[in-house]
Structures are given as structure tokens and as C-alpha cells.
Ligand binder design. Structure first.
Ligand SMILES: NC(=O)c1ccc[n+]([C@@H]2O[C@H](COP(=O)([O-])OP(=O)(O)OC[C@H]3O[C@@H](n4cnc5c(N)ncnc54)[C@H](O)[C@@H]3O)[C@@H](O)[C@H]2O)c1
Length: 334
């Protein structure tokens, strides 16, 4: 019998790629997504259209904030695993719309965790974010670092979901892995993210806004590496230990709960990334240097040794190569 996975946010950037990978590998996938209009719905529809070509894919349009619809769907599909990637993403939008984040990322995530408990899910993987490291100054970021200084409301909701998940894991012996993603980019990406906006503007000959005058670093992670990490992680189910096997492991004797970074482990200067786009597009970029934006962090850099030890994760895509692949998709799609 084929293994069944329930994936929330399956029409989103990461959820789409993850669903596609598991379908290609012979799993049965039920995708659950509200298809909200935070960004271009047609892009979500196009991703969904690709997934619908697989005979083992089932789609349910629904909102994780609506617990009845979520529980009904999970109960009907009877998955062994849940990968929770539905969320209100984006740091900047959270400044003016905090309530949406509260509802989706905290209430909605609570319903997903509760569904995993009710229906005895073997392993619940939840998308978290490098933004939970907030104002931390110690690089690279490690999972055991204190992460209590979130700078955006988005990051605060992500950190909150980690705490909620830990309590449930401990109370109900529910295996949960929280994956902290570091700036994911690539084909079928998110139009609200900087690299995507830059591309749109550069091609139209418009000026691009560069915050903190470009003095920022990001650990850009190519989507295929993320998908590969999640694929390898599915059956690495955390269990409680009396003694930890790995350094930096958040796994404890009380909960089958683990936090893992998933990044590329290189910090790239924002201007180098923009220069990469400029070179590949063969267009001079008109730059508008701006001050630092509220809620933003200066730098991110992942330590992914723990994920590597557990799964053999080894990110392969260098940012210059990733940019090429993204642009090739972009030109073809638009
Ligand atoms: N892309 C990144 O760089 C990045 C970085 C850090 C963390 N993350 C996290 O990874 C996860 C996936 O992000 P993404 O980049 O694919 O974002 P995305 O916005 O492309 O995908 C999220 C999907 O969830 C759906 N959704 C949103 N709210 C919902 C709700 N209440 N009920 C049902 N569906 C809902 C949306 O319609 C969308 O299709 C999110 O948890 C996000 O916070 C992403």
C-alpha cells in the first residue's frame, strides 16, 4: 500500500514542490490549501494544475483556521504523515496585518497539531523560519541558540507555533519536527519575495528598492535542496531519548520533538545576489538605496550539521546556478 501524506499549503511555493516530489516517489498526497489572494492566485492555480496531473493526488480547498473542514479532510484521507506548509508568510505584510498572521500561523497551526494528535499521525513536520533567530548576533545560527528576540510579528507567530508544538509533543507523545527554512528561492517562487520583485522590475526597466543600502546578508537556499531535505526527513521520526545522540539536538527525554535548520550554509551579500541577477538578465539595474526596513534582520546564516547527521542532507545549489534556474523558469512562465 502506498504511504499517504497530507500536505497543507500545497498550492504554495514550497508545498507545491514538496507535493510533487512525493508524488514522483510513489506516495499518495492530499493537498489542502485555501488558495488565498495574498499574491497572484493564477500562479497558485498553475502549480495546482501540475499536481492534478498525478493520479495519486487529491486536492481539497480549505482553510486551516476552520477546524471542522480540516479534521474532516484528514479523517477522510487517513494519512500517516502531515507536512504543514500553509501559513501567512512574509515579514513586511505582517507589520500592517498582524491579525491575519495570528489567525493563520497560530490558530491554524494549532488545528493542524490537534488533527495530528486526533488522527495519530506518525510524524508531523511543520514549516518554521530562520526569522525566529531575530536579532541574534552569533553566526551561524544553531538550533540550540536562544531565540527569544523576534523582530517581526511574522517571526513571533512562527516562534509561538514552535512552542505550541513542543507542548503537544510532550503531552501526547506526538512526533513533531519544526523545520526552520532559510530564504528559499527558485522556480515557481513567491512573487512577494525580494529576488522575485527585483526580477519583475529589472525586466520592466524600473528602479528596485534596496533596503539598508544593500548591507544585508542572506543564506539563500535553492528549492530543490529544501525538497531533498524534507524528503529525507519524513521517516526520521523523532523519539524521546534518555541520552542525546547529537550535539545541538533539541530532542529531549520528555518530548519526541526536534527543531532543525534547513539552509544553504553560505551567507550571500544582497548586492552580490542583485549583481548575479543583473549579469544573467544582461540589464543594468536601476538602484534605489533605502534605509533598513522595520522588522527586517541584517543577516541570516544556517548551521545545518544536525540535519546532515540525521539525514545526510547536503545542499548542492550555489546561488549563481540557482539564479540561472529561477530566471529560466521566469522567462518561460511569464
Ligand atoms: N519561502 C521562504 O523563503 C520561507 C522562509 C521561511 C519560512 N517559510 C515558511 O514555509 C512555509 C511555506 O512557505 P511558502 O514560501 O511556500 O509560502 P506560500 O505563501 O507560497 O505558501 C503558503 C500556502 O498556504 C496557503 N495558505 C495560507 N494560509 C492558509 C490557511 N489559513 N489555510 C489554508 N491554506 C493557507 C496559501 O494559499 C499558499 O498557497 C510557510 O510556513 C512559511 O512561513 C518560507
Amino acid at each position: 500500500m502506498k504511504t499517504k501524506i497530507f500536505i497543507t499549503g500545497s498550492s504554495g511555493f514550497i508545498g507545491f514542490h514538496v507535493a510533487k516530489k512525493f508524488l514522483e516517489k510513489g506516495f499518495k498526497v492530499c493537498g489542502f490549501d485555501s488558495m488565498n489572494n495574498y499574491y497572484d492566485v493564477n500562479l497558485k492555480k498553475s502549480r495546482l494544475k501540475i499536481l492534478r496531473k498525478y493520479k495519486d493526488f487529491l486536492f481539497i480547498k480549505g482553510n486551516i483556521e476552520n477546524e471542522k473542514s480540516l479534521y474532516y479532510s484528514v479523517n477522510k484521507f487517513k494519512p500517516s504523515f502531515i507536512i504543514h506548509l500553509a501559513a501567512q508568510a512574509g515579514v513586511r505584510y505582517s507589520i500592517k496585518n498582524p491579525k491575519i498572521y495570528l489567525n493563520s500561523n497560530i490558530n491554524g497551526t494549532f488545528h493542524v497539531i490537534e488533527a495530528a494528535r486526533k488522527f495519530k499521525i506518525k510524524h508531523l513536520i511543520i514549516g518554521s523560519s530562520s526569522s525566529v533567530y531575530g536579532a541574534n548576533k552569533k553566526f551561524p545560527f544553531q538550533e540550540i541558540d536562544k531565540a527569544d528576540n523576534q523582530l517581526s510579528f511574522y517571526a513571533a507567530t512562527k516562534k509561538s507555533s514552535e512552542i505550541l508544538a513542543h507542548s503537544y509533543s510532550s503531552l501526547w507523545n506526538l512526533p513533531i519536527t519544526m523545520l526552520r527554512f532559510f530564504t528559499v528561492y527558485g522556480p515557481w517562487g513567491r512573487p512577494d519575495m525580494a529576488y522575485f520583485k527585483f526580477t519583475m522590475k529589472i525586466l520592466k526597466g524600473k528602479k528596485i528598492d534596496i533596503y539598508n543600502r544593500g548591507k544585508m546578508y542572506r543564506d539563500y537556499t535553492y528549492i530543490d535542496d529544501i525538497v531533498d531535505g524534507i524528503y529525507k526527513l519524513l521517516k526520521k521520526i523523532p523519539s524521546t531519548y534518555s541520552k542525546k545522540k547529537f550535539k545541538n539536538d533539541s530532542l529531549s527525554s520528555v518530548a519526541p520533538f526536534r527543531i532543525l535548520n534547513i539552509g544553504n550554509t553560505k551567507k550571500i551579500h544582497l548586492l552580490d545576489f542583485i549583481n548575479g541577477l543583473e549579469k544573467e538578465l544582461n540589464k543594468k539595474v536601476k538602484r534605489n538605496y533605502m534605509p533598513m526596513q522595520k522588522g527586517d534582520v541584517h543577516s541570516t546564516l544556517s548551521d545545518t550539521n544536525l540535519l546532515r547527521k540525521i539525514t545526510g542532507y547536503n545542499p548542492k545549489t550555489k546561488y549563481k546556478e540557482g539564479i540561472k534556474k529561477f530566471l529560466s523558469w521566469y522567462k518561460n512562465y511569464y
